[in-house]
Design a protein around this ligand. Sequence first.
Ligand SMILES: Cc1cc2nc3c(=O)[nH]c(=O)nc-3n(C[C@H](O)[C@H](O)[C@H](O)COP(=O)(O)OP(=O)(O)OC[C@H]3O[C@@H](n4cnc5c(N)ncnc54)[C@H](O)[C@@H]3O)c2cc1C
Length: 468
Amino acid sequence: MSLDAAIDALLAAGIEIDRKPASVKSKSRDFFWYSPVLKARLDHVTADFVATPKDEGEVIEVLRICHAHDVPVTTRGAGTGNYGQAMPLAGGCVLHLAKMTAIREIAPGRVVCEPGILLKDLDAACIAQSGQELRMFSSTWATATIGGFIAGGSGGVGSIRWGNLRDVGNILRLRVVTMEAEPRVLEITGDDLHRVSHAYGTNGIITEVEMPLAPAYDWVGVFMAFDDWDAALRYGYELGACDGLLLKLITVFEPPIASDYFQRMAPHVGKGDALVALMVAPHALPGWETFSKAHPGRVIYRSDTTVWDRDPGHVFEYTWNHTTLRALKVDPSITYLQIAYGTDDPIARVAAVREALSPEVLQHVEVTRQGGRVALGGLTLVKFTTEERLDEIVAIHERLGAMNFNPHRYTLEEGGRQAVDARQLDFKREADPKGLLNPGKMIAWDDPDWSYDQMYSWPGLKPKAAAE
Ligand SMILES: Cc1cc2nc3c(=O)[nH]c(=O)nc-3n(C[C@H](O)[C@H](O)[C@H](O)COP(=O)(O)OP(=O)(O)OC[C@H]3O[C@@H](n4cnc5c(N)ncnc54)[C@H](O)[C@@H]3O)c2cc1C
């Protein structure tokens, strides 16, 4: 790696470069610290410099020059990912796409834009110009980019209606630049989208995205309290199955999550209250009220009618991984797991896990759609003690049929189901033959025979001393 030569060439090409250690370090970190396991291993990680291209042409230049000088490139949208995805394990260049925010086209049912635009800005423009909105977004809607969501996210607000981000139809087209001696620009559609969606930028840089849109609504945020956890979970699950009611969010929280961790809500809930958070389309409100009459929950907040002393803000900023953020602010020993309870009798599976692990593990359940059926998934809160105990808790979930997508790992495979995505590996061979894109995040690239009997530790991870 000839860093200085690369930087000289980038500066000569007119690329914006940052070499100030403090700002380079801050642009080398994401929300990995949610995990005590990743924090212990990645806290020292920093790039050598940051390149901020203003358009696709400059992205091509950065990849060409870094390829020529064997400088690893790790892409950054807004750095809100949770598994160190945007962290440069081997140093080198962070490619920060914050300036690529143009919207190219808004048309019926779709939008074309650059990857660095924030989800909220993209939504605002689509709503203002066409009365349409994004089908789904991560609860980091206010801070994350569309490119980062596609390359690092998995679903979120809207998944109750549209399923997971990588489900067919939820991403329409991606324009991707390869890292070769002569970088190529590829238009990717159809099944090939799986090559780069949720690939952490390990095999190509997204420079343009085409996403589907849905009619925009002035969604009504709702909080409901239930004396009984089982009743709350059943309510969320059955509401999710109401095909005639349009909702964008259904989330269920085991007590005492709401009273202990949601500070603006504490005056309005009891310690024993389970909480349900919803986003209901205005025209669906009467139907929702009819449905809710048959259930024991009480509405404690509606964004269209209720005024609290302290406004709670967006209901969705209590859900998905915002729940963990709010809990961490109160209790730094909290961490989380990502659990799939599936579609076959998921309520029984949640009950079995709760029976075995509550209150060391508290249920935060997201109700989504999977293959046309209602699914339950957890961003479960865990009181962290030791890594060994965390692994035991994971093993208990697996024994009870609750699938763990481990957020305490920085590789694609371990964050998934311990298996390589062959489409992503094959594409990396083609698009990044030197393996310079976000190195250390794809085990199969470095160690195809890895056994997964322990946590993988990438040998190229820059040691602490070298980083300081
Ligand atoms: C409080 C909180 C709540 C969250 N809620 C959700 C949620 O509801 N759903 C969800 O899925 N995630 C969630 N996340 C994780 C994260 O916020 C989202 O995945 C977000 O959309 C990532 O966007 P970003 O711009 O911050 O991406 P970054 O963190 O910057 O990048 C994510 C990954 O994508 C790669 N990347 C970024 N841009 C590109 C590009 N143009 N081309 C190629 N690769 C690229 C990066 O290298 C990295 O591997 C949450 C995180 C926090 C802290």
